[in-house]
Ligand binder design. Structure first.
Ligand SMILES: C[S@@+](CC[C@H](N)C(=O)[O-])C[C@H]1O[C@@H](n2cnc3c(N)ncnc32)[C@H](O)[C@@H]1O
Length: 275
């Protein structure tokens, strides 16, 4: 999203200090402009710390390089574009109640944000690997140090067969704009007797888009369920998008294209290599 001209001028002003985890603006702004600058810094992940010794927007990641890149392109990644809506604690409880994570169970969280699901899954005893695309949130996840592995990558680009084993549980709240793609891809990381629990937009129940219809059919074949979450479940994260909870159990020989299923497919012969 484009950085508005007047906000850009404030951030690029030579008096503005952008260093470490802080952005400090040591000059007066009119209240309307201050509000716009504050909104953008909050959107990027900053929080105003008004203590005398600080008086700056403080970020939970090193903001300097990130901000320089934004200023160079005059754009910033908005949370809306990235589908960045942390899972509220009540929804996390619901996810975990269905996932049944116990001591030593392997878990994948493939769109991990800052770890709203990761941390409680670890508290349940899960051995959690997670994936996140955004460098700020990757930094936060690594700092927290709760997951066994934090993979900084586009999950949709990862090949399930690069993992030796499937995961016993996949728990996820993917970006809603591409939820069906994310969940379908995540099935390839699921163990043959694993369980996948995903928060998805309620439109997945109604959409006539061919990929969504095919997805619903697949889930029905596997006896999966979509349970509506209460309206306003995501209000604490700033959105009213209605959501459902998908719970589906895999089984060997079942219809889901799990990690084991992918492993069992014959390798495609490169016939042209023989020519
Ligand atoms: C709806 S938020 C949920 C975050 C986290 N699962 C939680 O429960 O709080 C979706 C997250 O997916 C990340 N994301 C979006 N596209 C992704 C991709 N292709 N690969 C990995 N992560 C992605 C976003 O950066 C964002 O942090």
């Amino acid at each position: 999203m484009e950085i508005p001209r007047d906000v850009y001028d404030v951030l690029a002003d030579t008096r503005t200090v952008i260093a470490g985890d802080r952005v400090q603006i040591p000059f007066e702004l009119g209240s309307a402009l201050y509000k716009r600058v504050n909104n953008l810094l909050k959107e990027i992940g900053g929080r105003w710390d008004g203590r005398k010794a600080v008086r700056a927007h403080v970020f939970p990641f090193p903001v300097e390089e990130f901000m320089r890149a934004c200023l160079a392109t005059r754009e910033f990644p908005s949370r809306y574009e990235q589908g960045w809506y942390p899972t509220p604690p009540r929804v996390v409880d619901e996810v975990l109640a269905h996932a049944g994570i116990r001591q030593g169970v392997s878990v994948l969280e493939p769109s991990a944000g800052t770890g709203s699901i990761v941390d409680p899954a670890v508290e349940c005893g899960g051995i959690v690997d997670c994936v996140e695309i955004d460098e700020r949130r990757i930094h936060i996840l690594r700092e927290r140090g709760t997951a066994r592995q934090v993979i900084g990558a586009d999950f949709l680009e990862l090949d399930p067969l690069d993992c030796e084993d499937g995961y016993q549980r996949v728990v996820m709240n993917p970006p809603f704009s591409a939820a069906v793609r994310h969940v379908t891809h995540a099935l390839g990381f699921l163990d043959d007797d694993g369980t996948l629990v995903a928060v998805m937009p309620r439109t997945v129940l109604l959409s006539g888009d061919p990929a969504t219809v095919e997805f619903r059919e697949l889930i029905a074949l596997a006896d999966g369920t979509f349970a509506p979450l209460p309206d306003e479940s995501f209000a604490p994260s700033g959105t009213k998008v209605p959501a459902v909870l998908l719970v589906v159990d895999a089984e060997r020989g079942g219809p889901l294209p799990t990690h084991g299923w992918l492993r069992r497919q014959p390798r495609q012969l490169d016939l042209f290599a023989l020519a």
